[in-house]
Design a binder for this molecule. Structure first.
Ligand code: SAM
Length: 253
């Protein structure tokens, strides 16, 4: 059996094991506290590279006019905005998107940013999506899946809402593939990121959780196996920046 982000009655919350029922509210606390500074911190922590990774994700999604996207754990809506804009470069009806996130504060921060035509914002848990079966042409989750308590349930839900022939893309931090990248990345993430969190967001603990949760997430091939187990076909992995992040893609057939 493949790993699903928990063992028995506990789930990982960073390097800690916590009662399974508590993980969701602990994660919600992290994003409640970081929502206001989320976009700025994203740029600082990744030195802006998250924008490049998201751009690659959108290119791989091949958005088309009139398509409907569900951006799960969509936060402030970067992927949804980019999907709609890219689809709009071709003639035809506008694409639409739902940004679904468990955390209202994150959605509010996204709405505040403006320019969100075609986007609906929905408070929703990835493990239990309030959307109709086979309703989306594309489902994405960006830097969200590692926060979910029952990863397999969330994968099954994302598969359920996808139309046959639809595509799924998961962008997530992953495992560096060379020792040199791994060393530099360890230094940056364990030393610099919690300091940045303390300085800019006045919240070291949330950013400590962030770097720890990345280390607890399964490596590229293990996560690809979970996607297959959830029903996705033709699963592919693309390492980004030497495996610091990875883009997993799959199809519903
Ligand atoms: C690191 S942010 C990523 C936001 C956005 N996708 C991006 O790439 O900028 C992770 C998001 O996952 C959301 N989240 C965590 N657990 C969730 C769950 N069970 N269901 C839905 N969203 C969840 C958080 O509220 C947060 O907005």
């Amino acid at each position: 059996m493949t790993q699903t982000g928990h063992s028995g009655e506990t789930a990982s919350f960073g390097f800690r094991e916590v009662p399974r029922g508590e993980k969701q509210s602990l994660v919600r606390g992290v994003f409640d506290r970081s929502a206001r500074r989320y976009d700025l911190m994203n740029d600082l922590m990744s030195l802006g590279i998250h924008r490049v990774w998201k751009d690659i994700t959108i290119t791989r999604a091949r958005p088309r006019p009139g398509e409907h996207l569900i951006d799960v754990a969509g936060g402030t809506g970067d992927l949804a905005r980019a999907f709609i804009a890219r689809a709009g470069e071709k003639p035809g009806p506008a694409a639409t998107a739902i940004v679904a996130d468990i955390n209202e504060e994150m959605l509010r921060a996204g709405i505040k940013r403006g320019s969100a035509e075609g986007i609906e914002w929905a408070v929703a848990n990835a493990e239990c999506l309030p959307f109709a079966q086979e309703s989306a042409d594309c489902v994405m989750i960006g830097f969200g899946i590692r926060n979910v308590t029952d990863r397999m349930q969330a994968l099954r839900e994302m598969h359920r809402v996808l139309k046959p022939g639809g595509r799924f893309l998961c962008l997530e931090f992953s495992r560096p593939v060379t020792r040199a990248v791994s060393r530099a990345y360890d230094l940056w993430s364990f030393r610099a990121i919690p300091e940045l969190g303390a300085l800019v967001a006045k919240d070291r603990d949330s950013y400590q959780y962030l770097v720890e949760s990345i280390r607890r997430f399964p490596h590229q091939e293990a996560f690809a196996a979970e996607m297959r187990e959830a029903g996705f076909a033709n699963v592919k992995v693309t390492n980004l920046s030497g495996g610091i992040a990875a883009l997993h893609t799959g199809w519903k057939v």
